[in-house]
Design a protein around this ligand. Structure first.
Ligand SMILES: Cc1cc2nc3c(=O)[nH]c(=O)nc-3n(C[C@H](O)[C@H](O)[C@H](O)COP(=O)(O)OP(=O)(O)OC[C@H]3O[C@@H](n4cnc5c(N)ncnc54)[C@H](O)[C@@H]3O)c2cc1C
Length: 451
């Protein structure tokens, strides 16, 4: 049977573009459909614009510190409109880079929505049909508003990059990394930020001590973080949104941003009709090789809701190509993924939290918290945290958790050691780089006594 293509990819985000490019470079005839903008969530409304906003939001502290270091500083304001123009020019440039990658590697692109209509067939939004030996689902996910009255008055992370002006006062709902990052970004940009989270502590799933540390620092930086709190009522008022919290508090905000959840883009895709299984959240269920229940159809990235990070979507895309086009079945390795949360201060983490490790086996905990030299000199009170979780049985470092400026950069490197199975003694015999914050990772001598 002959097909139009060897591979048809649905979705031009991190995972889809990488898989399409690598398969085409190997000689496959590849097509890709993207219904919105090339680059997907990461490039257009995720990692990239967010990190640029993080950089923008860090300047007020840097400028204040400069004065403490003896510089004459002339304080000025932040021009959101100038920043936004430059930000979107950069995103346009990156989108073109992504289009170029596909074109230069011979991938045929369709600026259209695609849905699956058979094990080897997709239908584009203009009604044309294309056949392919393999179909790769890489449709990513989207933010969802909670199912509560008034929620439509709120915005999501998608909207934040397009605001005509920065709000003076915002309420952020949620305790995950996106909620916390935007709370810190907007706080840094001078917005009055209140954050409600219904749980007992932000950043669920991460190390307890690290979560507490980030939360303390966010509060001392001026974010009004209310835990165990949610919206009870939300209505359009004069000049803003009136919000009553579950704790009885009533306030008006210019904007309310929900970062309360994301959903895989599987609605109206024809998936179940061809025999693909979906999970409870609508995610595509796949095996270790990213294969769905329909042997010719695979799925990677956020649409599978495994580990929703750009480098993971990329890895899954490359493993798919290796498995299907290079005859080398490659399962995706989801173990010991280092990751960063770009709060202020940042959190970098790899491996098990103290809580999870303790449930697994007897452990030692090495942890230190201190005021780093650079900001302490400038009179700031912020502290950093360096923490290692060590197996008592084989001395391996099971987890490394850093809360500090630059923690994202640090954890990338510590992640190599942890992934290699380094022991506490391997860390110890590594000479410290002095004076740095991360030298504490190789100089912690005594485990803490904890129950
Ligand atoms: C605010 C925010 C910040 C983030 N920060 C980070 C970070 O710092 N680090 C990190 O690693 N990850 C971060 N992420 C997560 C990261 O963006 C995602 O994990 C990653 O983009 C997933 O890639 P993907 O290829 O699976 O999907 P996506 O990048 O979402 O791409 C899917 C593409 O498919 C298209 N599409 C959907 N349905 C169809 C259809 N039927 N037909 C045609 N096209 C379709 C969409 O338009 C989209 O372009 C962040 C996410 C958000 C929202």
């Amino acid at each position: 049977m002959s097909f139009d293509y060897d591979l048809f990819v649905i979705g031009g985000g991190s995972g889809g573009v990488r898989a399409a490019r690598v398969a085409a470079q190997g000689g496959a005839k590849v097509a890709l459909a993207e219904e919105d903008r090339y680059g997907g969530t990461c490039v257009i409304r995720g990692c990239v614009p967010k990190k640029l906003m993080v950089f923008a939001s860090e300047f007020p502290d840097a400028i204040a510190d400069a004065a403490e270091y003896g510089w004459t500083v002339h304080a000025g304001g932040f021009d959101w409109s100038a920043f936004k123009t430059k930000l979107h020019a950069e995103l346009d440039r990156l989108e073109n880079v992504y289009r170029g990658i596909l074109k230069n590697n011979g991938v045929e692109t369709y600026d259209a929505r695609a849905k699956v209509i058979g094990a080897h067939e997709v239908e584009l939004s203009d009604g044309t049909r294309k056949s392919a030996k393999h179909i790769l689902l890489a449709m990513g996910g989207r933010p969802v508003l909670p199912d509560q009255e008034g929620a439509e008055l709120g915005i999501t992370s998608n909207d934040i990059f397009h605001l005509d002006e920065l709000p003076k006062k915002i309420l952020i709902i949620g305790g995950g990394y996106i909620a916390c990052e935007f709370a810190c970004i907007l706080n840094g940009l001078g917005v009055d930020v209140t954050q409600y989270y219904r749980g007992a502590q932000i950043l669920r799933g991460f190390d307890g001590e690290a979560r507490g540390h980030v939360s303390d620092e966010m509060i001392s930086n001026g974010i009004k973080l209310h835990l165990g709190t949610n919206i009870a009522q939300m209505t359009r008022g004069e000049g803003g949104i009136d919000v009553t919290a579950t704790n009885g508090d009533t306030q008006m905000f210019d904007q309310v941003m929900f970062a309360t959840g994301r959903a895989p883009n599987t609605d109206d895709m024809g998936l179940e009709a061809v025999g693909i299984e979906l999970g409870r959240k609508g995610e595509v269920l796949v095996d270790d090789y990213s294969q769905t229940k329909v042997p010719s159809i695979y799925a990677i990235g956020d649409v599978t809701d495994r580990v929703n990070l750009t480098p993971v979507a990329i890895r899954e895309g490359m493993a798919f190509v290796e498995t299907v086009f290079n005859g080398n079945p490659t399962p995706v390795d989801h173990e010991l993924i280092p990751t960063a949360i770009f709060t202020q201060p940042e959190m970098g983490t790899v491996g098990l939290s103290e809580e999870d490790a303790r449930e697994q086996e007897p452990i030692e905990v090495y942890s230190t918290s201190f005021k780093p030299m650079q900001t302490a000199f400038a009179g700031r009170s912020g502290r950093v945290l360096m923490k290692l979780i060590v197996s008592k049985a084989n001395r391996k470092v099971l987890g490394c958790h850093i809360v500090a400026p630059g923690a994202g950069e640090m954890i990338q490197l510590a992640g190599i050691a942890v992934k290699m199975g380094a022991t506490k003694e391997d860390f110890d015999r590594t000479v410290a780089v002095h004076p740095t914050m991360s030298e504490e990772l190789v100089t912690m001598k005594e485990p803490q006594i904890r129950q």
